[in-house]
Design a binder for this molecule. Sequence first.
Ligand code: DX5
Ligand code: ZN
Length: 231
Amino acid sequence: MPTGRRRLRLAPSLLSADFAALGDAVRAAEAGGADALHLDVMDGHFVPNISFGPALVAAVRARTRLPLDVHLMISDPLRYLEPFHRSGGDTLVFHVESDADPEEVVRRAHAIGVEVGGAVKPETPLAALDRVFDRLDQVLVMSVHPGFSGQEFLPDVVPKLREARRRIDRSGTTTDLSIDGGVTASTAVVAAEAGATFFVCGNAVFAGGEVAANLRRLRAAVDEGAVRAIR
Ligand code: DX5
Ligand code: ZN
């Protein structure tokens, strides 16, 4: 499929929002044209930070119809598939570096009727996902070291993004290719040109400025990157 016809989606990450006013952040993102929301779950073990769990996902679910993309930065994703599915997550993204067997995670997620994504840290090769690649609903390439929002995009991951794009195209599936970490109006162009279709944006949406204006800028950036890719 030509790059220009792919659906490009913006998913604000609530990790960068004001946790004491999360409902406002959800409303602003939805009103500003977000296509999904990204929820970063951290267990203080797989990553040094701790964020939130299923109860918060359920609270967000109650406020919006946007798809909820739940990024499980946790050591034991298998144990939490059901709780996050029940709380309203639409896509559950596990890390291939976690303790779980990727095949088991994908099998169980699909058995309970939830979409599943496979994530790789910046230093992890795409080959780590080989055994499940063609069964994933989303491939997530991290462009920062997981744990915190507001870090800088690591350009070294761009070749991996291109490789993932080639593999998805070859398999003829509609698997989303997600980029997560340091996505700004300038790095979004690069990621879109490399073939990303799903753009997680934390600080670029919520830290300063108006959410709708930030989303407009990001939308223009991904559109520009997609146009460059087909030139
Ligand atoms: C990092 C998280 C990201 C993060 C993105 O561990 O997975 O989703 O919140 O935030 P920004 O866009 O600010 O890097
Ligand atoms: Zn994330």
